[in-house]
Design a protein around this ligand. Structure first.
Ligand code: GDP
Ligand code: MG
Length: 295
């Protein structure tokens, strides 16, 4: 069959509702890192799903939120806004069990959109009684005109097929936009850096992840062994001590877990060297951000 429909689908919602988990579940591969902590996704990431007759290009976005003081937060809100204009279809994702003030902020932004919007109610696996989503639906129906409403579990891949067929119906006619073997727009180095950042976020406490970024300094591919050197940038010397951990144990664990995922991705053994370095106030400095690739 040939592809007759193609387009961009933005996954929009407050932090932690499960946007990146949905993307990974649909693609069957981890292209966007996830964690229980908000602001895990810092970048706009494309996930490309090529079917027999359609190509769906999902856009995973960092969550929107009110705090705009820091350059990093301003950057994240900027991407979230531009995505609303580029998309052909919008998925508004909410948590079946928890409604927060940030959900209202997203809802407000969507009221100005003229794109078709699907309400995606995620984490239904956490509900004992599925009927518990009915009041939520009743409330939201009054506020926005949804094209359809689809309850899912991104984590358990429940009802995601139905979501996908709803999306295909809304896609415009169009040609194949990406080669069929391509599943993301991000280069390999980016994926490797993100793997380290995911393990780092998972291994450290609440406030630290926002103060860190990862840079791949060296990447030497080989048939059996790939050598990778990376720098974990933090804002303060105290954070460096936290990341390294007692006797270097935390850094060792982060490195070991990241290395395993890298080996899966690359299909070779990986020799990974990790350094932790301090760059003061980088999240609050637009120039420093650009230097680290946050364009
Ligand atoms: P994002 O910030 O919207 O991208 O959210 P993530 O995809 O990073 O997910 C946030 C947290 O919610 C992670 O701990 C996920 O494992 C969890 N999560 C995502 N989808 C589901 C789901 O369908 N059911 C349950 N129980 N947890 C989920
Ligand atoms: Mg995310």
């Amino acid at each position: 069959m040939t592809i007759t429909k193609s387009g961009y689908v933005a996954i929009i919602g407050r932090p932690n509702v499960g946007k990146s988990t949905l993307l990974n579940s649909i693609l069957g591969k981890k292209v966007s890192i996830t964690s229980p902590k908000p602001q895990t996704t810092r970048w706009q990431i494309l996930g490309i799903k090529t079917l027999d007759d359609a190509q769906i290009i999902y856009i995973d976005t960092p969550g929107m939120h009110r705090e705009e003081q820091k350059a990093m937060n301003r950057y994240m809100n900027r991407i979230a806004n531009s995505v609303l204009e580029d998309a052909d279809v919008i998925l508004f994702m909410v948590d079946a069990a928890i409604w927060r003030h940030e959900d209202d902020l997203v809802l407000e932004k969507l009221q100005h959109s003229n794109k078709p919007i699907i309400l995606v109610i995620n984490k239904i696996d956490e509900l004992a009684d599925k009927a518990a989503i009915l009041p939520l639906i009743a409330k939201l129906k009054d506020k926005l005109n949804f094209t359809s409403i689809v309850p899912i579990s991104a984590l358990k891949s429940e009802n995601t097929d139905r979501l996908q067929s709803e999306i295909i119906q809304l896609l415009p006619e169009g040609p194949q936009l990406f080669p069929e073997e391509q599943i993301t727009d991000k280069p390999l180095r980016f994926q490797l850096a993100e793997m380290i950042r995911e393990k780092l976020i998972q291994a450290t406490e609440e406030e630290l992840p926002y103060a860190t970024t990862v840079e791949i300094e060296q990447f030497v591919p080989g048939e059996k062994l790939t050598e990778i050197s990376a720098i974990i940038w933090v804002e303060r010397a105290g954070q460096k001590i936290i990341v390294i951990g007692k006797g270097g144990l935390k850094l060792k664990k982060i490195g070991m877990q990241a290395r395993r995922e890298m080996e899966k991705l690359l299909g070779t053994k990986v020799f990974l060297r990790l350094w932790v370095k301090v760059k003061e106030r980088w999240t609050d400095d637009d120039k420093a951000l650009r230097g680290l690739g946050y364009e």
